[in-house]
Design a protein around this ligand. Structure first.
Ligand code: ZN
Length: 396
């Protein structure tokens, strides 16, 4: 099996990332940015061409004098991303510039266990291969899973909603299967990297992404990179305590943020509002569907159901309470709200904003946009490709 080509020094790594982020550039422009002499730059670029990572693409317009050759990343470069959620799976293929060439999504229960779910991901990748999207080698694969991950070991560690995944060697298993470098991370971190790459955080180096879905988690980006903490659990905000006297959480403690808001809490509160007669709208939805989900609350709220609007406002208030603390502590340049519950839209956003702006220090919120995710379903796969390309385009 052919090894994936990697840069051999920091100059080559820098050139590859530049071409990834900025697209094709003339040799003259690259020379200006990386501050290498013309001859030294030529040596590094020639080496990247030999490695099959870069190729020539014609001549640039003259800047006076000799016309400079344009170089670009090889159009044969391919990154793969698996974004495994609690209830769905996304697989995508990108080129070297992280443009998504193909993306498939289907429902998938993560509780089927590692082997079944990863086999399904590989099947979906096969479909993309059959469409002719991969011409030869995969250069790297980034994988997101909905639970805590040991980034160093490339495996989930005691993930609460992923039975059968504890310490399963995801990185090594997929690396062997695809013959390329693989990195595994928490799905929230991948979403944050996705927004940094081609979403709302494109021009922001320090930000938080709060994902509210089945659980609640937070991606922390510091100086353009994910902050993972000492053991990889940074951003696990779903179990921050909101109120000692609150509802009991799935983790066994009382009053966690997740016990107030998120998929399960929304279903619980909506069902209660239907049963108590507070909401005829939710009662009708319950009758039709046999159970209620966050999506039903969103539909009912959009139709003007006051109980659903109340549930969303209360949820937003609790998220805002925790977020106000995080904002005071971290002083981010942007907060992104993402995940299934982001579909609750502007009612939720308005409530979160009002609490955060009221409770955090003015210096921290003076210029703090709080916005909904732009990429929605594609954030995770774009982030997966970004994660692995950062690794492949480095000397680490
Ligand atoms: Zn908890």
């Amino acid at each position: 099996m052919r090894m994936t080509a990697r840069p051999q020094n920091v100059h080559q790594a820098r050139l590859l990332r530049l071409l990834r982020d900025e697209g094709p550039r003339s040799r003259a422009e690259l020379g200006d940015v990386v501050r290498l002499s013309r001859s030294k730059l030529a040596v590094e670029l020639d080496r990247l061409v030999e490695l099959g990572l870069v190729e020539g693409a014609g001549l640039a317009a003259s800047r006076g004098g000799r016309r400079s050759g344009i170089v670009r990343l090889s159009p044969r470069l391919r990154f793969v991303a698996f974004d495994i959620g609690a209830t769905s799976i996304d697989v995508a293929v990108t080129d070297g510039e992280l443009e998504v060439l193909g993306h498939v999504n289907e429902p998938c229960d993560v509780r089927q266990g590692a082997t079944a779910v990863l086999d399904r991901a590989l099947d979906l990748l096969g479909k993309l291969r059959d469409q002719g999207l991969i011409d030869g080698q995969v250069h790297g694969t980034g994988i997101g899973v909905p639970g805590p991950v040991s980034f160093r070991d490339g495996m989930p560690v005691v993930p609460p909603i992923m039975p059968g995944w504890d310490r399963f060697p995801v990185r090594d298993a997929i690396g062997q299967e695809l013959g390329c470098p693989v990195l595994v991370d928490n799905d929230v971190n991948l979403m944050a990297l996705g927004e940094l790459t081609s979403g709302v955080a494109r021009s922001v180096d320090d930000f938080l992404l709060v994902k509210i879905g089945t659980g609640i988690g937070c991606g922390i980006v510091v100086d353009g990179s994910i902050y993972r903490g000492v053991s990889g659990s940074a951003g696990d905000i779903g179990h921050i305590r909101v109120d000692d006297g609150g509802p009991v959480c799935a983790c066994g403690n009382a009053g966690c943020l997740e016990a107030y808001f998120g998929g399960a809490a929304l279903a619980r509160d909506a069902t209660a509002a239907a049963a108590s007669g507070e909401s005829a709208h939710l009662a009708a939805l319950l009758e039709t569907h046999g159970e209620l989900t966050g999506e039903h609350v969103s539909l009912a709220a959009a139709a003007g159901d006051p109980a659903s609007v109340r549930i969303i406002r209360e949820g937003g208030r609790h998220v805002g309470q925790v977020l106000a603390g995080l904002v005071s502590f971290f002083n981010p340049g942007l907060v992104i709200i993402a995940g299934g519950v982001a579909g609750l839209g502007h009612t939720l956003l308005a409530e979160i904003r009002s609490v955060v702006y009221r409770r955090s220090a003015p210096l921290a919120t003076g210029n703090l946009p709080i916005v909904l995710s732009e990429l929605a379903g594609a954030a995770g796969v774009v982030g997966g490709a970004r994660l692995i390309s950062d690794h492949v385009f480095s000397t680490a």
